[in-house]
Write a protein that binds this ligand. Sequence first.
Ligand code: AMP
Length: 594
Amino acid sequence: MPDERDLPFGVLAECYYRLESTSGRLDMISLLRDLLSRTPPDVIDKVVYLTLGRVAPEFVDLELGIGEKLALRAIAMASGMAESKVEAKYKELGDIGLVAEWAIQNRSVLAFLKEELTVNRVFNALVKIAKTSGPSSQDIKLKTLSGLLADAEPLEARYIMRIITEKLRLGVRDMTILDALAEAFLGGRQRREMLERKYNTYPDIGRIARVLAEKGEAGLEEIKVSLGVPIRPMLAQRLREASEILEKMGSRFLAEMKYDGERMQVHVWPDGRVEIFSRRLENITHPYPDVREGVREAFKGESAILDGEGVAFNPDTGELYPFQELMHRRRKYGVEEMMEKYPVVLFLFDLLYLNGEELIDRPLEERRRLLEHVIEESDRIKLAEGWLQEWTTEELEKRLELAVERGTEGLMIKDPASRYQAGVRGWSWVKYKRSYVSKMVEPVDLVAVGGFWGRGKRAGTYGALLLAVYDPGTDTFKTVCKMGTGFTDEQLAQLPEIFKEYVIEHRHPSVVSNIEADVWFVPAKVLEVIGDEITLSPVHTCAWGKVKPDAGLAIRFPRFTGRWRDDKSPQDATTEQEIVEMYREQLRIISEKR
Ligand code: AMP
């Protein structure tokens, strides 16, 4: 007797077959609407996941994807064919779904007591396969899968195999399903937008389908922002000019550093559990145990959903690394080792949920105040640096220069009255980056004029040096960057010895600097340095006012090449004028590229 709370899998297979021969979006939606309307509420979540080629929402770490070899063996086992024959057919057809269909059609073992496949049975078997691990897991997977295939009709076999190898590819996306749900349960596609808003704050489409099927629109109210269910991150529009930003946003807004790392949405449970989700909603807790621990210590509340950017940094100097360096951390094995090499600092900029209460509809200014209240900053967990004030074009441009020189990408401009628009790229957040990125091609020779004490591994030696160019016109040395990267451990250890004879009490009279070093040197030692590019700087004194009023030039992401230029006296170092010319050359190359 058919179970009214289940659905024959054949109904799904039939629908998928029709979807495959449909390319029009509207036709797809109506096929799905018909399917969802006739699906019992008890299995509608499973039907939705399967149709998207999954067995769980995106953010649940449950991978299907069994290997080709195992898949072919299961087909051979279920059909009674020799494995070599199945493999040969696979070589011919190149589609494991079609091979399974063909094999089941032509099977030599005939099951007399075939049991009809249902959605529940297929779904549960797939979940079992996805969850099985350990020494005998291959065997269990093989048996479970071939058991399913043995009961399958040829067309069912086609789709089971495509789902399990993650190759369903019906062209159905989550938005297509939302359209179909709106048509099936809310009276029309015009309601999709409302559904999408819900989905953006609670991206579990199975659960949404289920409450709609069970209770209609009223059911949606049950669905609330929840720990463990990542909210789709809010995104930003982009503007190029400071003047455009003032025009669009008015003159009072929040400008925050735009850090160059990875988006991290951190969920904290009352029992201290912490999970991290990526911009694409994957669970990325595993590679970041330091972030997890850091948040556990820094958060002074019961439960929360925090939004921020994780950035790799140099533990000895505190310098921020660019995004590429952080990617070393995204790995399954060797987490401990990478954690030491590329520690992460998390800059928090938003609070979406606190102590059981949803905050996404509160104004940003209030969310940010609450965030400051519940976070006790540490080395690893910081609040994103930002300024809420009245702005002029000039001030905003200057702040951008500072942001870029500090190794961030630029600024994020935010409307302090705005709500958190999950999943939306709207005008409440606007990124303001430089309109160009250039490349520094040659190394330069710079004079060390000061040092900063190191931390961590560099305790007892210098963590970074203050470097300067030479200006023959005034016979002075003007600062152009702070550098802490590129030294070997051995070179680092030698630094105090090398500079011992040059240490002085105060800034040397020939040094022009807005920065206070921990230790000042007589300008003497010359080092070869390569950087990413030359940028405008609101702090460094090199070429002050020469390219732009109230700005100097700086070298961004400077690294020691390893060469001490003892053949050069400090007066032979790269000159201020040369840096100006390099900067102009960069601009020329950029304008030619445009
Ligand atoms: P983009 O990826 O260029 O569209 O820029 C948006 C991304 O910038 C966000 O998804 C975050 O990962 C990152 N980001 C860095 N700093 C901030 C900040 N202060 N506020 C918001 N997003 C930030």
